[in-house]
Design a protein around this ligand. Structure first.
Ligand code: PLP
Length: 637
């Protein structure tokens, strides 16, 4: 039954979709969450529930990752178009030529899509390790696009970079550590190819937010001002100063405060100008990553938010650089960014099905008056009986004290086990009764608010936080989380989420809120024979590729969705990638599943010979074991 008093606006207020959704998400007529791949409210809409329905028909079980490739493309376009627009508006003499740092999401399909969408803009790639370099060499063959190489480098890494230069690519080796400069000069002579060199500066400006330590004097990477001077000197002596092409810094990911961006561009701009005055002819000014994502939609300097938008970010870079270059009378450089998070975060989500609702329950003990009962029991009973809306807060405080007293009394042998059970039951009854009053209270005092938390149901979700949302566990990252259907129904309860790992950390009890984070998520009651799906959104950056095999829960089934305006559903599924089977995850841990099946068969054979299992049943059992090795690691519905 539709509750007409619950509107789309109410749902938006409950889950803040329009705040974090950035125009990509909306609720449709059916009360389902849908994706607007072109950020156009009148354009195509992909109903996430329909994607799941189609997967069900293909027998692809939950949980799953859904990738919206159009969002990736759209983000690449947005970043490039915004730079073009601002550069034109500011009459900035240089160009923008960005790169995507693949460490943020190295999935081949993601990298391919970004390269493809970025071709009209000569958008390039960035790598930070040898395997990443192997990937970007193969995937970025646009001779006009940059390939920027960061991270610590050995000889092999540098030879690979020079191989790229031999192919006519713009591969720039960023010197993070002084000794790399000698190595690259030596190897380039040996391989007879001119290198393209970048210098990474240690900036005094620190980032803001979680990754602030990537900048500052203690930063792990980069050259000091003295070392940069020295580098110029060496390049001059070697007659290789013309190979110095790029100036780089990176002050950390998810910079929450726009003032930090302004400061670091000012500092970087001055260093750039000084390097030019020393004779360097640097073409590229690379501001690294840091462009953040407003995960909680609060537009603040919270760690999971940012207090600026893309246009602000781009404008600050372009206008500040223009001003500095004019003042210092040096040519304006081409601008490079290494934005990873901002490009990939929105394109993927994790969908899980709720397996069960776990109610906080308490096995009640009969609480009738006993003969010569201890006064603490009588006291607790009186409190329960006289409890009302008005005295709730006071009663709860007293009840907590009495419970504590009872525990001490029990330890001292004054209270019997039966009396303690009575006291705990009465305390539970008081708590439950107060919880019933809470909706009628105008203001909920803090100690009573904790009651809602302690009696809130836990929704058991078919996934592992360690695999699918590792940042939530590791660094307290907030993500938008919400049911993806029934958004036209008023939620009937508030609860927390728990995953299916055996780890007590496998839970989610921090949700986005505008003023502050919330401990409980508005949820609907489960209906028999009807799936209830919960989505975790904005999971496309870092989380997607950093998940681990805790409890041996493996990679998720993955669905790649493309928008198709002609199709009645506005989408088609381009590809389904099956998630890990138990066999796969076991192999990753050095097991030999065939050997295991063989051992099991031997054991079963022994039982057959001993006459304890019939041969027919024995065959069934071994078949079953082998079948389980091949199946998905998550719970079957
Ligand atoms: C991680 C990293 C990035 C990506 O940063 P985002 O904030 O995700 O855009 C860019 N450059 C370097 C050098 C990095 O280490």
């Amino acid at each position: 039954m539709t509750d007409w008093s619950w509107t789309k606006e109410d749902a938006d207020e409950a889950y803040h979709i329009s705040r974090w959704g950035d125009g990509y998400f909306d609720i449709n007529q059916e009360g389902h969450l849908c994706v607007l791949p072109n950020r156009d409210p009148n354009g195509p809409r992909i109903d996430i529930a329909e994607v799941i329905e189609e997967m069900k028909l293909q027998n692809i079980p939950m949980p799953m990752v859904i990738r919206f490739h159009d969002i990736l493309r759209s983000q690449v376009k947005l970043l490039n178009e915004t730079f073009r627009e601002v550069i034109k508006e500011a009459d900035y003499p240089g160009k923008y030529t960005g790169v995507y740092p693949i460490k943020v999401n190295q999935m081949r399909e993601v990298v391919e899509e970004i390269v493809d969408a970025g071709t009209p803009y000569d958008f390039g790639l960035e790598a930070g390790s040898k395997p990443e370099l192997l990937s970007v060499l193969a995937f970025n063959d646009n001779l006009n696009a940059l390939t920027v190489l960061n991270g610590y480098k050995d000889e092999e890494y540098l030879r690979l970079a020079l191989l790229g230069n031999k192919l006519g690519r713009k591969v720039i080796v960023v010197i993070e550590k002084f000794s790399e400069l000698y190595k690259i000069l030596k190897l380039s002579r040996e391989m007879n190819v001119a290198p393209m060199i970048g210098l990474r500066a240690k900036m005094s400006v620190k980032g803001s937010g979680k990754w602030a330590e990537s900048g500052g004097d203690k930063a792990k990477f980069g050259l000091t001002i003295a070392e940069m001077n020295h580098a110029i000197q060496i390049l001059k002596e070697e007659n290789q100063l013309s190979c110095l092409k790029l100036f780089h810094f990176h002050i950390g990911s998810q910079v929450t405060d726009i003032r930090t961006i302004k400061e670091v561009i000012r500092e970087g701009g001055r260093i750039y100008a000084e390097l030019l005055k020393l004779g360097a002819n640097i073409e590229y000014f690379d501001v690294g990553g840091g462009l953040g994502v407003d995960y909680d939609g609060s537009q603040s300097t919270n760690e999971s938010s940012i207090n600026y938008n893309l246009k602000d970010y781009v404008s600050d870079i372009v206008y500040i650089l223009k001003e500095i270059c004019a003042e210092e009378k040096v040519p304006a450089p081409n601008i490079v960014t290494e934005s990873g998070r901002a490009i990939t975060a929105r394109h993927s989500c994790v969908i899980t099905n709720v397996i069960d609702k776990i109610e906080t329950s308490f096995t009640e003990f009969p609480t009738d008056v006993g003969v010569d009962e201890h006064r603490l029991v009588s006291k607790m009973r009186e409190m329960y009986e006289s409890l009302n809306l008005k005295n709730a807060q006071e009663t709860f405080n007293d009840a907590e004290d009495t419970k504590k007293e009872a525990l001490s009394a029990f330890r001292l042998g004054i209270l019997t086990l039966e009396e303690r059970a009575k006291i705990e039951t009465l305390f539970w009854k008081i708590t439950k009764k107060i919880a019933g009053y809470l909706p009628d209270m105008e203001f909920i005092p803090e100690n009573l608010y904790d009651i809602t938390k302690s009696i809130a149901p836990q929704y058991l979700c078919n996934f592992s936080i360690f695999q699918s949302a590792p940042d939530m566990w590791a660094i307290g990252q907030l993500l938008p989380i919400l049911p993806i259907t029934r958004l036209n129904e008023r939620p009937t309860t508030e609860g927390t989420l728990v995953d299916i790992t055996c780890d007590s950390d496998g839970k989610i009890n921090k949700f986005i809120g505008i003023e502050e984070t919330r401990n409980l998520l508005p949820l609907h009651d489960l209906k028999p024979n009807e799936d209830y799906f919960i989505g975790l959104f904005l999971t496309g950056a870092y989380q997607d590729v950093m998940g681990d095999l805790h409890n041996l829960f493996g990679r998720l089934n993955e669905v790649h969705v493309f928008c198709d305006d002609e199709d009645p559903t506005d989408f088609y599924i381009e590809e389904v990638i099956k998630g890990s089977s138990s066999d796969t995850v076991l192999r990753a841990m050095q097991y030999n599943p065939e050997g295991m099946a063989y051992t099991m068969k031997k054991n079963i054979d022994k039982e057959i010979q001993a006459g304890k299992i019939s041969p027919r049943e024995g065959v069934r059992l071994i078949d079953f074991y082998e079948e389980c090795l091949q199946s998905y690691t998550y719970l079957k519905k």
